[in-house]
Design a protein around this ligand. Structure first.
Ligand SMILES: Nc1ncnc2c1ncn2[C@@H]1O[C@H](COP(=O)(O)OP(=O)(O)OP(=O)(O)O)[C@@H](O)[C@H]1O
Length: 252
């Protein structure tokens, strides 16, 4: 089932298009990695597709009312700081807001979505801690848990594993992989190309605002594309666990 259809999406910052006529679909069962160098347009594409930036073209999510959109897709922005001095559990429970009548308390179903999200992100022991008193990586995990508590068919995340330790990076992408296996979908920007290859079923590669490749990791991540797009001298090594991208230099 198609969960997101984007056609000819153009996002301008000032006069300049920073996303130029991007088209793609996201279907249930997919974990899609959005890759590209700094400034390629990944954030602009994700925010445009969510309807959070003005755009030309079409996006099925941006057409929805805010409440319907929040029930269809959860959004994790790149900025991770938590400013509100609330408990971790209450921050994660904010993910249930799209389903609550004004002033209503969490139902047992809401509470189990919160509990499941805390468990998925390994935050059970942080439940009562003040979110503002956590480390940067811990706060990032809390905000990922909030998007999981939203329990949507689609999760869109902007660099969700930035600032996480290696184990938390893998655990987070395993959660996304599991969501896809459960019949949901994830679209996430990533800079770690080996993790992208290992946990994504498909990669969309951007350069200078355009989608220049879209397909299985093995087809998208090649020494040529890494040189052309990322200016990287890199080996792409096939291992029993998947592709490993080993950069060894920068093309001047
Ligand atoms: N508020 C803004 N005003 C003007 N230009 C902007 C603004 N935000 C981003 N840009 C420009 O838009 C282009 C795309 O930025 P975007 O943040 O979408 O890239 P990105 O691929 O997500 O980069 P990164 O990997 O560094 O997060 C860049 O050239 C950037 O300089």
């Amino acid at each position: 089932m198609t969960l997101l259809n984007v056609q000819n999406l153009t996002v301008k910052r000032g006069e300049c298009p920073v996303v130029d006529r991007a088209s793609f679909n996201i279907s249930s069962g997919e974990c899609v990695g959005l890759i590209g160098p700094n400034g390629a347009g990944k954030t602009s594409l994700l925010r445009g597709a969510m309807g959070l930036l003005p755009f030309e073209g079409t996006s099925t999510l941006a057409d929805l009312s805010p409440r319907h959109r929040a029930a269809q897709a959860a959004w994790l922005p790149q900025t991770r700081e938590i400013a509100w001095p609330m408990s971790v559990e209450r921050i994660v429970a904010l993910g249930r807001l799209p389903y609550l009548a004004r002033g209503a308390r969490l139902s047992p179903a809401d509470q189990s979505a919160v509990d499941a999200a805390l468990t998925r992100m390994g935050l059970q022991n942080f439940r009562t801690r003040l979110a503002t008193a956590l480390s940067g990586g811990e706060q990032a995990r809390v905000l990922i848990a909030r998007t999981l508590a939203q329990d949507t068919p689609l999760l869109m995340a902007d660099e969700p594993i930035a600032g996480l330790d290696p184990a938390a990076q893998i655990a987070t992408l395993q959660v996304f992989e599991t969501l896809a296996q459960e019949g949901r979908a994830a679209l996430t920007s990533l800079h770690d190309l080996t993790l992208a290859a290992r946990y994504c079923t498909r990669l969309i590669m951007m350069r200078a605002g355009s989608i220049i490749a879209d397909g299985p990791p093995r087809d998208v991540l090649t020494p040529d594309s890494l040189a052309d797009v990322f200016r990287l001298k890199a080996d792409v090594i096939d291992t029993p666990l998947g592709l490993v991208v080993q950069p060894w230099g920068v093309i001047a």
